[in-house]
Design a protein around this ligand. Sequence first.
Ligand SMILES: *[C@@H]1O[C@H](CO)[C@@H](O)[C@H](O)[C@H]1NC(C)=O
Ligand SMILES: *[C@@H]1O[C@H](CO)[C@@H](O)[C@H](O)[C@H]1NC(C)=O
Ligand SMILES: *[C@@H]1O[C@H](CO)[C@@H](O)[C@H](O)[C@H]1NC(C)=O
Ligand SMILES: *[C@@H]1O[C@H](CO)[C@@H](O)[C@H](O)[C@H]1NC(C)=O
Length: 356
Amino acid sequence: MHHRWLLLIACFWVILMLMVASKFITLTMKDPDGYGIKHGSLTILPEIDKMTVTEVKKLLMESQTTKSPLKDASHTELLHNERLELLRNMCRNGSISNRSHTVVSKFVLDRIFVSDKHKILFCQTPKVGNTQWKKVLMVLNGAFPSIEDIPENVVHDHEKNGLPRLSSYSESEIQERLNSYFKFFIVRDPFERLISAFKDKFVHNPRFEPWYKHDIAPVIIRKYRKNRTESRGGLLFQDFVRYLGDPNHRFLDLQFGDHIIHWVTYVELCAPCQIHYNVIGHHETLEEDAPYILREAGIDRLVSYPTIPPGITLYNKSKVEHYFSKVSKRDIKRLYARFEGDFKLFGYKEPTFLFA
Ligand SMILES: *[C@@H]1O[C@H](CO)[C@@H](O)[C@H](O)[C@H]1NC(C)=O
Ligand SMILES: *[C@@H]1O[C@H](CO)[C@@H](O)[C@H](O)[C@H]1NC(C)=O
Ligand SMILES: *[C@@H]1O[C@H](CO)[C@@H](O)[C@H](O)[C@H]1NC(C)=O
Ligand SMILES: *[C@@H]1O[C@H](CO)[C@@H](O)[C@H](O)[C@H]1NC(C)=O
């Protein structure tokens, strides 16, 4: 790793020197390609894996206009490479990765949205700012001229939003896309995500999704409420945690259908050990990750990620403590056991402060 960056910096200097030289060379050679990079001596660069000559060139051009993009860019790339390496290592541990299934299930293919125009696959992980990414892809697919033009009710309407699911393709088309497209998804602290799902689906309960309160909550309460004399009507966070941590939760999951996407694990949603994603963004670092994803996908000139309101991406420990304060230690441990893969694969620290 270290190695590679030293090489890159070395190459950077070589190019810089060549630029100076080219000032004189172009006078006599009339190279249409600027610095002669394509056919010149710089084809000796295959050592820098994955970095094409055009990318080096782009980096170089950027370095002339901004302060020190090479340093920032290398920092970001390093961080993302480390994330992917961690994922690969953790995926080798069968007890957390569930890799026994090599075929990607229909449930996962349903979660992945496709932009054929720009060769991008995006796996949806609800409660992690996915609506914005769907809008970005809808604009890219040409269904709408800009993000502001997309009506809220159309974003999740898959008849109208011009965003096909990977499951709608034939088997060979699916394989082709999985093998060659740019693939990414976003994660956040697993417990914060569950709190967000709980609040959104069972507390705020928007008028247009009444089934969470009227159909799903009563079923969970009937099976998992501990205190039968508890008179409060709605689903409590304790009930929700007990359902999620139950090793036999699948029985209810089947009844709830696709609504479970709001609380099943990232491993179940996106199969990160079977599918080789190019980038895994973190909600906590979205300010840097969003532009990085757009750059890596080659679409940064075409679209930008909507403005992120300040503060909303930060991990809020006191919120997590608050929600779990009424949950028993045994239930928290069971919950952690189920979501351990999501913590470990993506580098989230075990929330030991909840077990103490
Ligand atoms: C695999 O993961 C389990 C659960 O986290 C852990 O107990 C075990 O030590 C891991 N095995 C290896 C080889 O890392
Ligand atoms: C492993 O994956 C299979 C198929 O996707 C699924 O049926 C099974 O429930 C998963 N197991 C766990 C522990 O996630
Ligand atoms: C059960 O709920 C009732 C009503 O909210 C409350 O008064 C009682 O203390 C609770 N019991 C336990 C053991 O939590
Ligand atoms: C963290 O969450 C608590 C409780 O939900 C809230 O009062 C507080 O403002 C949040 N802190 C930050 C920095 O967002």
